[in-house]
Structure formats: C-alpha cells, structure tokens
Design a protein around this ligand. Structure first.
Ligand code: C2E
Ligand code: CA
Ligand code: CA
Ligand code: CA
Length: 278
C-alpha cells in the first residue's frame, strides 16, 4: 500500500498486508493509549567511567498495548512523528521523567541526570522552550538534571529557528546531547555549531571495535576532538568486557549498555542504583 493511500484512508481494506494493518491499528489507538495510561518509561543506567558509579539514566518509552503487548518505540515513534502525536507524547515523556527525578530525590537518589529523547517536530513548536521550562519547574528539579537528546535530523527543517531554540535551552540550564553520532550524516560541523554538553557515540561505533583497528583509531580520535571541545563522551550499546576495556583505554567519560543493564522500569532502576552505588 502506498504511503499516500494509507494517509487518506484509515479504513481496513482486505488488500492491505499485515505490516501496514498493524501500523494503521497502532496509529488509530495512539491517542487513546495516552488517555488510558498505556505508555511507560523505562530507564537505562548511565555509568561514569572514572568512578564506576551510576550517575543517571536515559528514559526510553514503552507502549503496553492491550492487544500487541509491549510495542517498541521503533514501531510507534515514526507514526507519532508522522501524525503530530509526538507533541503531546513528547510532553508526557518529559513530564514523567521530571516527576521521576523528583521521586528519586525523595528516595535519596540525589543529583540524577536523566536523558530524554527529543523529536524534530518538537523543536518546530513555537513555545517549546517555555513548555520545557514549565515542566521542569513544576517538578521542582534543577534544569541541569535534564539532558535533551537530539539528532542532526532536527536541523532538516528551519535550522536557524532550531539553533536559536537550542541556545535558549542552554541559557535555561538544560544540557544538550547529540545522539546517534556516527550514524547517517553525522558531521563534525554540528560539534562546532551546537551548544552541546555531551556527544553520544552510536552502538555501531563499538560493535566490531575489538577486531577493527581503523574503527578503534576513529573512536579514539573522536574522543580527543570531543574533549578538546569540552564535550563529555558517552558510548552506547556496550555489551562486552572487551569493548569496555577499549572504551576505558581511550578515556570515554561514560557508557550505557547491556553490559551493565538494559532499560528497566523505574522501580527496578532504583534497586539497581542502590545495589550498584552502595
Ligand atoms: P536511542 O535513543 O538510540 O536509544 C538507544 C536504544 O538502544 C534503545 O532502544 C536501547 O534499549 C538500546 N540499547 C541500549 N543498550 C544496548 C545494548 O547494549 N545493545 C543493544 N543492542 N541495544 C541497546 P529502544 O529503547 O528500543 O529505543 C529505540 C529508539 O526509539 C531510541 O533510540 C530513540 O530513538 C527512540 N525513542 C525511545 N524513547 C523515545 C522517546 O521518549 N521519545 C522519542 N522521540 N524517541 C524515543
Ligand atoms: Ca537516545
Ligand atoms: Ca542513540
Ligand atoms: Ca536513535
């Protein structure tokens, strides 16, 4: 089924194959899902290499669908972006993450830094900075505790406006992190022009790094570049001890990956945190 047809008709037609049908069903139930509390955030620990401590988490959305079970964000974020639903959903994500930080503070898990993924469309909103400011201050947390993860895709549309927004966010005190670096069209010029705090090296950087010498050299050099620009470097998708020792050798600041923990529900995260940081 062509994209165009799918957009104009939301009715089920027998000619549709299974994939678009599921997509259509997801699209139709997205709004209800928010009302019915079917979304939840999972948290993946971010580990600081020098201390070995968990200093924060990345918030990753999950959809507990009554029919399909746990739906991956890879399956519904693109739909939410296409339909504009990402706007209310993105606000819900930030709100929930900020409230969670507050809750963790109460439990004695102080100074947590939580990363939240942002979509391009959110940056096209006129009042995005005000919205973010309000959500953070409602929760009573410090803006420095929130790190917004962006990808270069946010510059595809109205780059001038986007850059202005990023500077306003920096003034507000929230941190900005460039996600998925090393995939797609990552360009060094982004490091030069965006008010960034963190560079996140994509999983593709670390897989095969053990056997790929050139990859190791690029990895090593990028960390040097990032450090010279005063950026923190986080490597994501770390799965093995061998990968971890290379990361340590090249002085990467922090890691995320299955080697420590997959994304887990908030309650489980607190257990892991208390156990790990004891
Ligand atoms: P991402 O931001 O690059 O998130 C990292 C993904 O890698 C997550 O997948 C995480 O579960 C997975 N991961 C973490 N460690 C490992 C590892 O060691 N090995 C492997 N193989 N994978 C690992 P997840 O949770 O399925 O999220 C997929 C993508 O969906 C995210 O990629 C992000 O682009 C998007 N996403 C998730 N939550 C949100 C959200 O709240 N808002 C928006 N706009 N996008 C979101
Ligand atoms: Ca991310
Ligand atoms: Ca990423
Ligand atoms: Ca991504």
């Amino acid at each position: 089924v062509a994209k165009k047809e799918r957009n104009t008709s939301k009715m089920y037609s027998p000619s549709m194959n299974d994939v678009p049908k599921k997509e259509l069903m997801l699209e139709n139930s997205l709004y209800k899902a928010l009302e019915h509390g079917q979304f939840t955030l999972f948290y993946q620990p971010k580990i600081e290499m020098t201390t070995g401590r968990i200093y924060g988490a990345e918030a990753l959305i999950r959809w507990k669908h009554p029919e399909f079970g746990m739906v991956s964000p890879l399956d519904f974020i693109p739909i939410a972006e296409k339909t504009g639903f990402i706007i209310p959903l993105g606000e819900w994500v930030l709100h929930t993450a900020c409230q969670q930080i507050r809750e963790w503070e109460r439990m004695g898990m102080t100074g947590m830094s939580v990363s939240v993924n942002m979509s391009m469309l959110q940056f096209q909103q006129k009042h995005i900075v005000h919205t973010i400011e309000r959500i953070i201050s409602d929760a009573g947390i410090r803006p420095q505790q929130i790190e917004l993860e962006i990808t270069e895709s946010i510059f595809m549309d109205n780059a001038v406006h986007t850059l202005k927004v990023l500077h306003e966010l920096q003034n507000l005190g929230v941190k900005l992190s460039l996600d998925d670096f090393g995939t797609g069209y990552s360009s060094l010029s982004y490091l030069q022009n965006i008010p960034l705090h963190t560079l996140k090296l994509d999983k593709s950087f670390i897989s095969d790094i053990v056997s790929d010498f050139k990859k190791q050299m690029i990895f090593k050099s990028l960390i040097v570049i990032a450090h010279n620009l005063n950026l923190k470097v986080v490597t994501e998708g770390v799965e093995t001890q061998e990968e971890l020792s290379i990361i340590r050798e090249h002085k990467c600041d922090a890691v995320q990956g299955y080697i420590y923990s997959p994304p887990v529900p908030a309650a489980r995260f607190a257990e892991i945190y208390l156990e790990h940081n004891r």
